[in-house]
Design a binder for this molecule. Structure first.
Ligand SMILES: C[S@@+](CC[C@H](N)C(=O)[O-])C[C@H]1O[C@@H](n2cnc3c(N)ncnc32)[C@H](O)[C@@H]1O
Length: 242
């Protein structure tokens, strides 16, 4: 049977599966960390906006938002929920907006869908090109340890949805078969360590990179399954080619 693209058929049941996700807590955490470094964003760009859930807490706090996502089906749901928000169908590495933001935000390991470090670096470079000088990127990522633990060979099934997980430590790729009824789509995620994420951000031109765990804000350690990374755009961007 032919697999559908990621986040196409799953879109139909996505919000039901995400009922317990701490979108509000994540937004509060990120805004508190940014306030701690003296940055109060007025607008944001979300990478991997999905059905729009992670943007809602920011909109409630009065921030203006734009969202990018590659999935037409996820965006269709986001459009019905967030008619006031500009939503663009594009890849993390390829969108081009004629404006910059105070914050580029990416939640729920959306960036782990980039399965090569070079793809993640390209997404970081594109994010930097959409930040105002001194603006911040905040993103959460799964570590290899997290995928090994959370995506280990396991099957979860409920109300016609069947999720079949697997993880290959050699490639650091987690594989998820998501069945909705008789239809299936396959997701791949690569685990990234805080250290390599920091290096990719620095080589993409970001400064002041640091990683924290949610919700207590400690530094991630070698068994941390997930972490948030924060990185600042330079106050004085380098001219192209410098
Ligand atoms: C786990 S969902 C997260 C959605 C939303 N942020 C949330 O927290 O509910 C990941 C989203 O990233 C999008 N995505 C994955 N890879 C992408 C890429 N390379 N470019 C753009 N969007 C991508 C998917 O379509 C999906 O909607």
């Amino acid at each position: 049977m032919e697999a559908h693209p990621p986040f196409s058929i799953l879109a139909r049941v996505y919000d039901r599966l995400m009922e317990d996700v701490p979108y509000e807590g994540w937004a509060e955490f990120v805004l508190a960390v940014l306030a701690g470094v003296g940055w109060l964003p007025r607008d944001l760009l979300e990478l991997g906006v999905g059905t729009g859930n992670a943007l809602l807490p920011f909109l409630r706090r009065g921030l203006e938002a734009v969202g990018v996502d590659s999935s037409e089906q996820m965006l269709r749901l986001a459009r019905s929920k967030l008619p006031q928000v500009e939503l663009l169908q594009a890849d993390f590495r390829e969108y081009r907006l004629q404006r910059r933001f105070d914050l580029v935000y990416s939640a729920f390991d959306s960036l782990n869908n980039l399965t090569e470090p070079a793809y993640l670096a390209a997404a970081f470079a594109n994010a930097l090109a959409h930040l105002r000088p001194g603006g911040w990127l905040a993103a959460d990522l799964n570590t290899p340890e997290g995928l090994r633990e959370l995506w280990r060979e396991e099957v979860w099934e409920e109300d016609g949805v069947r999720l079949v997980y697997g993880y290959d430590p050699a490639t650091r790729l987690g594989r998820l078969e998501a069945w909705v009824g008789e239809q299936v789509e396959v997701h791949l995620e690569r685990g990234y360590t805080p250290q390599e994420t920091r290096l990719l951000l620095e080589s993409s031109g970001f400064e002041s990179v640091f990683c924290l765990t949610y919700p207590h804000g400690g530094e991630p350690h070698e068994l941390s399954d997930r972490f948030w990374v924060f990185a600042r755009a330079p106050h004085h961007p380098q001219p192209a080619g410098a």
